[in-house]
Design a protein. Structure first.
Length: 439
């Protein structure tokens, strides 16, 4: 295989904080749903990350870890709350060690879901404003706006989580500001209708994110990697768009962020997985600039690279060695994020790095369900449930890997969806029992 392909992928990358990544591949954050009712890393999570550490990638970014145990994104989330005792911290230390084998680095993605959490996981979500998700089925509760004092406390929670992550052996954190979660809700004028210092103009909507970045840096020091995952667009009318993203990237560069991962979309518009949204509305310009390339947000990143020097990572759709090598060598993108291929084959990147072999396209096996009964259905509820059932396949693969079992390529979408529902309901019961011990 030509070294023109493998060379760019294997080139080390030095981040502004001085940390060196051994190559350009990063496992993107993927919520695992494997923690027990205490929200701590357990044997399943350790096994999964030990396996991924053998994949050859430079960094494993964990699935979104919750900074507030009363606000979960989904059952089975890992929780790094401020008040963890030493035995809780030991579980995180073991997790960091599991993913740091073979010269791989472990970064923790820290997050708060805001309004993007199903009622059964959180019937009382909080957000920037009281704007509910526009999704059918009544699964999501309308959020209550955060009080300014609560916003300040939340900033401290993100910073405390980052400090504890560093103490436990993680070499970096990623602040999740994408995909419609809380920070993304603050960034979007569609979900942030505040008139105080946290809403209104872009600089006010970005204040929450930038305050978190500053607090995290202050708590972790200059030799620790601080990354941000940001939407290149929400792809929603009146939402956070490409011009907003461009400005926020400039600010984050000035704020000393080490790596910005570009993604896009929200639950209402899941473009990060190339699903159609409930009400298909596109950022036409962004789409046109990306169509010619393999990855969804690559065109936007290539344009931005002309203006900023902060390392950019692009995640979403990368599968071919040629596409990835070109993104690095031609577009100047610093790192490539890989998600779904590493669920279905946890070490598929070994052959990519060694021989330039393309990554598996599991989305094709699943058929990215189209048609009336799939993610393209004109019936909104069917469309949403079809997207959930595709996700259930990926979640199932992580459960299998966590249990030390082989991947199961069969789609069985509805069977998997039912199994996921059962698992999550059981987890919620177990969590309630666990919490009752402390009340
Ligand atoms: C099972 C699964 C869980 C995910 N969880 C997260 C998450 O916790 N945080 C996040 O930023 N993105 C999450 N994502 C999105 C991925 O990080 C990535 O952006 C997306 O899968 C597109 O990349 P790909 O085409 O390589 O899969 C998740 C994706 C999948 C498939």
């Amino acid at each position: 295989m030509s070294s023109d392909l493998t060379q760019p992928l294997n080139a080390p990358l030095t981040l502004p904080c001085g940390l060196i990544l051994k190559n350009r591949l990063v496992k993107a954050a993927m919520t695992e749903g494997l923690a027990g009712p205490d929200g701590l890393p357990n044997e399943q999570l350790l096994r999964l990350y030990r396996t991924w550490a053998q994949s050859g990638v430079a960094v494993l970014i964990t699935g979104n870890v919750m900074v507030d145990g009363t606000h979960l994104e989904r059952p089975g989330n890992v929780i790094l709350d401020q008040e963890l005792n030493p035995s809780g911290l030991a579980a995180f230390t073991a997790w960091a060690a599991a993913g740091s084998a073979h010269d791989c680095q472990m970064w923790m993605q820290i997050s708060h879901p805001g309004r993007q959490t199903q009622k059964r996981a959180n019937p009382a979500p909080r957000s920037a404003s009281d704007v509910g998700l526009n999704l059918p089925g009544g699964r999501f509760a309308r959020p209550v706006p955060l009080h300014p004092d609560e916003i300040r406390l939340l900033i401290e929670r993100y910073a405390a989580a980052a400090r504890q992550a560093k103490g436990c052996g993680f070499s970096g954190v990623q602040i999740h500001a994408a995909h419609g979660y809380l920070i993304s809700q603050f960034l979007s004028p569609q979900s942030n209708r505040r008139t105080d210092e946290w809403g209104g103009s872009l600089d006010k909507r970005a204040r929450f994110l930038r305050s978190i970045v500053a607090a995290v840096r202050a708590q972790t020091g200059s030799d620790f990697a601080v990354s941000v995952k940001l939407n290149s667009s929400d792809f929603q009318q009146g939402g956070f768009g490409a011009d907003d993203a461009r400005q926020v990237v400039r600010w984050l560069e000035a704020d000393g962020v080490d790596l910005i991962e570009l993604s896009g979309g929200t639950y209402e518009q899941p473009r990060m997985l190339e699903f159609d949204g409930i009400d298909p509305r596109e950022d036409i310009r962004l789409r046109a600039s990306t169509r010619a390339r393999e990855a969804f947000f690559q065109g936007f990143a290539a344009e931005l690279k002309e203006e900023v020097s902060v390392p950019l990572m692009v995640t979403g759709g990368f599968r071919s060695a040629t596409g990835m090598a070109e993104a690095i060598a031609v577009d100047g993108i610093s790192a490539i994020g890989i998600g779904r291929p590493l669920c279905g084959d946890p070490v598929c990147t070994q052959k990519l790095l060694r021989d330039g072999e393309d990554l598996p396209r599991f989305e094709r096996i699943l058929g990215n369900p189209g048609g009336f009964f799939g993610t393209n259905s004109p019936v909104k509820l069917i469309k949403m449930m079809a997207s959930f059932s595709v996700m259930a396949w990926y979640y199932d693969q992580l459960v299998l890997l966590g249990n030390g079992q082989k991947n199961d390529p069969h789609p069985y979408p509805f069977k998997r969806l039912l199994a996921l529902e059962r698992r999550e309901v059981q987890w919620i019961k177990a969590r309630k029992t666990w919490l009752a011990r402390f009340s």
